[in-house]
Design a protein. Structure first.
Length: 268
């Protein structure tokens, strides 16, 4: 094994420890007062979001102080470092507040701006997807593999929330709605895990920040799928706010064409 692969394997073990810490806090303090606040962008944050991120940052800084950290709730630390951790302590905070079990923790590690480790951890459903560059994605330790439908017209499409789209982007969502068989809304990161598992075929979103989707690249690619921005560029720490994932390259390319043709115009 090359030195780089050895380091990534070591970091993947640590990433699992981070996910375990986050899950423990979510489960242990699930019934604690939420202390909900509305941020400037009108998204919710709870005391649990802040508590989880603070704990994960402390663990990272104690072990690898030279690593960068990008998190949703605190100021970014050394985001241009060679190795950068990306943290979303509670993805789906609104679902967490509402008591819907699709929320979880997202953890990624990027090497030279490219996510090479990704974890989607959904504690209420006891689901954990782990993607490591060059390896098969796993779901709770078992291989996770995408399944492409026979055509785009028979595909299931997911998107987190149409409210996240700019007015000029809604035509793209409508184009994809017309082109697919069925739509799933509100799944947040869980939908991308289900795509890697073969139960959803395409996932698209807009209005995202890097901590909302950094883990998806190693997870989707390691399951045999593809994920890019709406221009077809691979996901890096500079990507956002629009992403598109698919189970196969052909249907991904068709979806990109539909998105491009529907825009009036799309700012690049």
């Amino acid at each position: 094994m090359s030195p780089l692969k050895t380091r990534i394997a070591s970091y993947a073990t640590f990433a699992a420890e981070l996910a375990g810490c986050a899950r423990h806090l979510l489960v242990e303090f699930e019934q604690a007062p939420l202390n909900v606040e509305l941020k400037k962008d009108r998204s919710f944050v709870t005391a649990m979001d802040a508590r989880i991120e603070a704990n994960l940052r402390k663990m990272i800084s104690a072990k690898w102080p030279e690593h960068g950290i990008i998190g949703e709730e605190e100021n970014w630390h050394a985001p241009d470092a060679e190795w950068v951790w990306v943290l979303d302590p509670i993805d789906g905070t609104a679902a967490f507040i509402a008591g819907l079990p699709v929320y979880g923790t997202l953890i990624a590690l990027a090497y030279r701006n490219v996510p090479v480790i990704g974890i989607i951890d959904i504690p209420k459903l006891d689901l954990r997807w782990t993607g490591i560059a060059g390896k098969r994605t796993t779901l709770n330790g078992n291989a996770s593999i995408v399944q492409a439908p026979s055509s785009l017209s028979s595909a299931i499409l997911s998107t987190s929330n149409p409210d996240f789209y700019e007015q000029s982007e809604l035509s793209s969502l409508e184009a994809m709605r017309r082109a697919t068989a069925w739509r799933i809304y509100g799944g947040a990161a869980l939908s991308y895990g289900r795509l890697a598992e073969g139960r959803i075929h395409l996932s698209m979103d807009s209005g995202l920040q890097i901590y909302d989707f950094a883990p998806f690249r190693p997870i989707i690619e390691g399951a045999g799928g593809i994920i890019t921005d709406w221009n077809g560029a691979p996901i890096t720490l500079a990507s956002g706010p629009r992403i598109l994932a698919a189970a196969c390259t052909d249907q991904h390319q068709t979806a990109l064409s539909l998105i491009t043709e529907s825009q009036t115009p799309l700012t690049r």
